[in-house]
Ligand binder design. Structure first.
Ligand code: UT7
Length: 319
């Protein structure tokens, strides 16, 4: 049987502070009613000064490694997806590596914003299949609160902080990643971006988004890549047990599922509690559904995401 990369364990971590819509309404001209109706978001978690992308990633990783029944010394590859690294360099992945006490492994960040976790999974599973890695820690971790313009109500209510991690390792029992499809189209750079950077302004910058235009692209692109990846795996929507989508907006989740004829009960939703945590949202939702017993060994699970770039992608696996 083909050597595939399967999920051996999952973990996640959220900042200590939970912020409600009502609390945000004291800061900007918005309301709980508007946010819930337009996005499905009720709360989000916001990192304190001592909570960073690397520290949240480390906590999530410890849980994922423990769930896999491994120790940090078993990890030989770390791929961390983030758009909000602790520093421009070194990579946050190497910070996690140091915090876990791993002396030597391959360790790097990938930048594909909200699709970052899908890109990271694809890189790690390709390396495992090729035999150049054995047990990979794949992380999505973000502190988007640091790049939000807290006076811009059109964006600051939508995002939150957090981290999710998985351990991918070789499996020969039919479990594992069956197919992955990634896309990017840089013509849409200016619909969702940060207005700063080391090589341009020399500043970190703030997130800017033309939400309605992003929304229009999201549903079509996600439904398209889901069909593509199921086709590659020789599956149909009826074969899917769980969809674990990027959590940007409950209306996008509903519309995408409807377009594919997938029942809403099969879609894992955490956007109500976590808001949009960019690269962390898929592994955070995955860990929630694994730990509460919804996702079981042998289930067909689809991961999907779309975000800045634009980048988008989907992966189908037997859990
Ligand atoms: O993670 C990457 C992918 N990101 C996404 O997928 C995000 C996609 N976009 C969206 O989720 C939605 O477009 C938003 C949630 C961002 C916005 O929802 P919308 O239904 O597209 O609202 P809108 O932008 O058309 O704004 C409607 C109205 C506007 O007022 P007028 O011009 O109609 O008077 C906005 O100024 O709502 C106003 N508005 C707000 N009102 C209260 C915008 N933000 C707020 C707010 N509170 N926070």
């Amino acid at each position: 049987m083909t050597r595939r990369a399967a999920i051996l364990g999952t973990g996640s971590s959220l900042p200590r502070t939970r912020v409600t819509n009502a609390e945000l309404a004291q800061r900007v001209e918005t309301s709980d009613e508007w946010i819930v109706e337009r996005t499905g978001i009720h709360t989000r978690y916001i990192a304190a000064e001592d909570e960073t992308t690397a520290s949240l990633a480390t906590d999530a990783s410890v849980r994922a490694i423990e769930a896999a029944g491994l120790t940090p010394q078993d990890i030989d590859l770390i791929v961390l997806a983030t758009a909000t690294p602790d520093q421009t360099f070194p990579s946050s992945a190497t910070k996690v590596q140091a915090a876990l006490g791993i002396v030597d492994c391959v360790s790097f960040d990938v930048a594909a914003v909200c699709s970052g976790f899908l890109y990271a999974v694809s890189v790690a599973e390709s390396m495992i299949r090729a035999g150049s890695a054995t047990n990979a820690l794949v992380i999505g971790s973000e502190t988007f609160s640091r790049i939000l313009d807290w006076d811009d109500r059109t964006t600051c209510v939508l995002f939150g902080d957090g981290a999710g991690a998985i351990v991918l390792g070789p499996a020969e029992d039919g479990r594992g990643v069956l197919a992955t499809r990634l896309h990017a189209d840089g013509r849409y750079n200016d619909l969702l971006y940060v207005d700063g950077g080391p090589s341009t302004t020399g500043t970190v910058g703030k997130l800017r988004m033309r939400g309605q235009e992003v929304f229009k692209h999201a549903v079509g692109k996600l439904a398209g890549v889901l069909s593509e990846v199921l086709g590659l795996a020789g599956l149909e929507p009826k074969d899917v047990d769980w969809v674990v989508p990027h959590q940007a907006n409950a209306r996008i989740l509903d519309a995408t599922a409807r377009k594919l004829g997938l029942p809403a009960e099969k879609v894992v939703v955490t956007v109500d509690q976590h808001a949009n945590t960019s690269a962390a949202s898929v592994p955070l939702a995955l860990d929630a559904a694994v730990r509460d017993g919804r996702i079981k060994s042998g289930d067909i699970v689809v991961l999907e995401a779309m975000g800045g770039g634009f980048t988008w992608g989907a992966s189908v696996l037997r859990y």
